[in-house]
Design a protein around this ligand. Structure first.
Ligand SMILES: Nc1ncnc2c1ncn2[C@@H]1O[C@H](COP(=O)(O)OP(=O)(O)OP(=O)(O)O)[C@@H](O)[C@H]1O
Ligand SMILES: [Mg+2]
Length: 248
């Protein structure tokens, strides 16, 4: 199985704090990996290291099996890794198509935006990831969309940017049950297209439902890596997490 990305024994310190301690993690092509851990466990630090925002103090990063050097956010994006942060990156007063193409518009040689093509492509993208409502199309304003649908627009944009791995940071926080279901549908469609997802969440039930594999972080260390078959229920996953926390 092809590993899209791999972190090997990565350590990251902030002054006296060791936010990541020899953490290793990989994401295979076409799989959804759930990353869980308590507040301060190091989830955000791990993601930021993965996408080149932080350089690791120790350890290696490999992309499709090849070790990378001087890893940067730009290189991560060029390698097909996109991060979707909650809501923040979208412009609600603009349309879906505007938000998908933002900064990367299709243009004629003399500079004008190829609007019709963009609308067509945006409609194709949002249908592909699972927008089914006839009331929503590429030209609908993002401000009219629900929280889950906004996540969908951000995911569509990541796909337009040729993402092979989409990192979702707490995508279901503050979403209703229906909205969460919508995000799951989007994630499942991303998976069907043989792309990968790294799903970060506090809600163990959400992470359990959507993931093929789980990585549990605790105080900067990866304490468990488990396949879905090894865990019978979200309660069991929760218990595993609690037990590791208790050990300290
Ligand atoms: N830029 C920073 N400077 C100093 N310390 C930091 C920085 N970023 C994170 N830390 C520390 O590193 C540890 C891990 O933090 P991190 O934000 O990665 O955890 P997290 O698992 O994302 O937590 P949460 O669930 O609350 O988002 C914490 O002790 C945190 O205080
Ligand atoms: Mg965090």
């Amino acid at each position: 199985m092809e590993k899209i990305i791999e972190l090997k024994n990565v350590t990251k310190r902030f002054g006296g704090i060791t936010a990541l301690n020899r953490a290793s993690l990989h994401v295979n092509k076409g799989e959804v990996v759930g990353l869980i851990g308590d507040n301060g466990a190091g989830k955000s630090t791990l993601i930021k290291t993965l996408v080149g925002v932080y350089g690791p103090d120790e350890g290696e990063i490999a992309i499709r099996g090849k070790k990378v050097f001087n890893w940067t956010a730009l290189k991560a994006r060029e390698s097909g890794i996109e991060t979707v942060f909650q809501d923040r990156a979208l412009c609600p007063q603009q349309s879906i198509v505007w938000n998908i193409f933002m900064g990367k518009e299709l243009r004629y040689p003399f500079g004008f935006v190829r609007e019709k093509e963009q609308v067509k492509e945006a409609n194709r993208l949002i249908r592909e990831i699972g927008f089914t409502s006839k009331l929503i199309d590429a030209e609908s304003p993002v401000g009219n969309l629900s929280g889950g649908e906004r996540q969908g627009v951000a995911i569509a944009r990541a796909i337009y940017n040729n993402a092979e791995l989409i990192i979702l940071d707490e995508p279901t926080n503050a979403l209703s049950l229906n909205e969460t279901q919508k995000v799951f549908e989007f994630v499942n469609n991303v998976k069907k297209s043989n792309r990968s997802v790294l799903f970060i969440g506090h809600n163990i039930y959400h992470v359990y439902d959507i993931s093929d594999r789980f990585v549990i972080l605790d105080r900067g260390e990866v304490v468990h890596q488990l396949n879905k078959e090894e865990i019978q229920s979200p309660e069991e996953l929760m218990k595993l997490m609690r037990d590791t926390i208790k050990k300290h």
